[in-house]
Ligand binder design. Sequence first.
Ligand code: GLV
Ligand code: MN
Ligand code: MN
Ligand code: MN
Length: 408
Amino acid sequence: MNQQRLWSSLQKLATFGASENISEEGITRLSLQKEDLAARKYVIELMKEAGLSVKVDVVGNIIGSLKGVDQTKPIVMTGSHIDTVYQGGRFDGALGVLGAIEAVRSIKESGIKLQNTIDVVSFTDEEGTRFGTGYIGSKAMAGELDETILQLRDDEGVSYEEAFCQAGFQPERYKEAIRNKEEIKAFIEMHIEQGKVLEGNNLPIGIVTSIQGPVWMEVTFEGHADHAGATPMNMRYDSGLAMAEVMLDVEKIATQYGGVGTVGKLRIEPGGVNIIPGISKFSIDLRHIDKTKRIDMVNKVREAIHQVSIKRGVSAKVDVKKSVDPKVCSPKVMEAIEEACHQLDQPTMKLQCGAGHDSLIMANITEMGMIFVRSKDGISHHPKEWTDTEDCAIGTQVLFNTLVNLAQ
Ligand code: GLV
Ligand code: MN
Ligand code: MN
Ligand code: MN
């Protein structure tokens, strides 16, 4: 593979949605916003340059195919996403898409003839930052979307359906994006680790064994907005204090169960210095590698919300925005990656994955595996997210060999 070509494409993609000071403020390329739409055009261009035949499905998944010798055989699929979180980094998702394009381009250039077709996919809206849910492209492929998604609105009041239509996609035909199980032999995603395990072990890449599944909730407490000076402390229905209590409960519960819990987005209404918060809306992200423990965590958090609402005399509404089960990676795909590592004299460290990925969804319709690439200081969802040029190249070479192993 061509290390320099991959690196230039990563740097170029990073310019879409980049703030002026990218190292401090990062990249904001939310799904279907103009920065994302421009970046999509670049990815399509790159796929064409790589000699792939490109198709964009009804929900905007970009699919570049390298046709195999035997088109009756199921395809081998690889890819990731190019949307980012607020002030995200250059590599999350991007490496999995651009690395896959580079790997497949190099396979083509080296004249290797593969039996199975390889599809490189850039999935629509993995992060879920804009509409509060995520994995939309992979869910559409796996047949897990339903109409309710289309009615979700972003913070500006734009519905998902409107955003899709403005981008030129056909969301009402979302069922046409479904791929059946027999069509796909395996899905493999290369992604930065977003943790410190590989770095701690001095290794450029690793093989993922299982992926934590996230639950996202949106909680709304409604109390009474009132005068901050004229309302005595014992006569308040302060939704903000209810939220604060639950934030601490989330920390306690996640710690107690050995999982992780985060309140990352909050809004208080009306939001004035001298007004008691009337409405408080906030997100909760709960994850655990063990499904039953995660269910227990969710129940405990729900109970905490209920108790706090009684104690403070505020009403509580809980919406589950996303609930994805943790997944174990396919032994077959893990073996193909391991073989690739042996072919390339790379050690084969196995590790778990804490972040969420389209792979979680693709595992419902095919054999799924992930290659992790070392992250500097484990930092991610942050402008300082970094992976060295050489590590990107090693990951891509491992992906190259894995694809050949699966498709030859
Ligand atoms: C997205 O990267 C997530 O894991 O939430
Ligand atoms: Mn991410
Ligand atoms: Mn990602
Ligand atoms: Mn993710």
